[in-house]
Design a protein around this ligand. Sequence first.
Ligand SMILES: *Cc1c(COP(=O)(O)O)cnc(C)c1O
Length: 356
Amino acid sequence: MLNIRIEKTTCPKAKPTDETALGFGKIFTDHMAIIDWNMEKGWYDARIVPFENFSMHPAATCLHYGSEIFEGLKAYRRADGGIQLFRPDCNARRMMESAERLCLPELPEEDFMQILKAFVEVEAEWTPHSPGTSLYLRPFMYGNDDTLGVHAVHNARFAIIASPVGSYYKEGINPVGIMIEDQDVRAVRGGTGYAKCGGNYAASNRAGERAAQKGYSQVLWLDGVHRKYIEEVGAMNVMFKINGEIVTPELSGSILPGVTRRSCIEVLKSKGYNVSERLLSIDELAEALENGTLEEAWGCGTAAVVSPIGKLAYKDKEYIVSGGKIGEVTQMLYDTLTGIQWSKIEDTFGWIVPVC
Ligand SMILES: *Cc1c(COP(=O)(O)O)cnc(C)c1O
């Protein structure tokens, strides 16, 4: 058990009054949670303190060598006013896997859960009430040595910040246009693709910007070795319905193991769908686009839950998917997952962790 010191702010900020204008990650709550780590001492000084800027040494490891990992999950307000989390244990474990990959210290799952729940309770009033809104939680960790030597860090900091976020789909669920990226790659097997680390995002931005310039919202990543197998879409996992079969790329090491991906698979299987985690080549997808057997395509991740793909561009050709509308399975997944997250439907999977 962590001994968490709680120091409340003496000057709380005004909460946003217009919950339709929250956006994503622009407003932060009054506090932050911190646990420091040192190679000799281990984890120490767990605390929830007023939100403020960090002070760091200009040689801090994260600034030079990219030793940084993060998580993303949400706290949801129920109709009865209480607050709950969706599968936070999955985030705790994934953060340990990310830490292991980047030689950062592993925060035990029970400590992650304890400080996360304590923090959400302190910030309870910051969880918005309007439909579709939530309190986005961002646990992260970075290497904090004050020397330029290159090695596994001797000092690190784990922290959680929180931001009330608006409904992802204010104007209804609009299918997005996706460009298949054939130049840059996001990750390779043996690299850091399965870890949720900032460096993966830094490497993805160029392709994302190029897609945006051409009027597409995201890129579809191909594998870095054969430039042939589909991996992810932007910073989401991706699923397809081809001729009745639900196909999603298998977790090969270069793909982020999404909590939403896993939840979609479990919901689909529970409803009797035929789900395959396997290699899916761009040629197979192109053929399905050509002969009309690609029935639906969607991205999945915590922020959007599911994001239907209405348009796919590959090699100067543009294909329309599902008539440019949200497909039946995509809609079912959205309704089921959001229904469980806000307790509008029964959680038969045991995924909900109430906080208060
Ligand atoms: C976070 C993330 C996802 C989605 O994971 P969830 O746990 O479902 O939010 C997918 N791909 C990448 C690259 C990510 O960083």
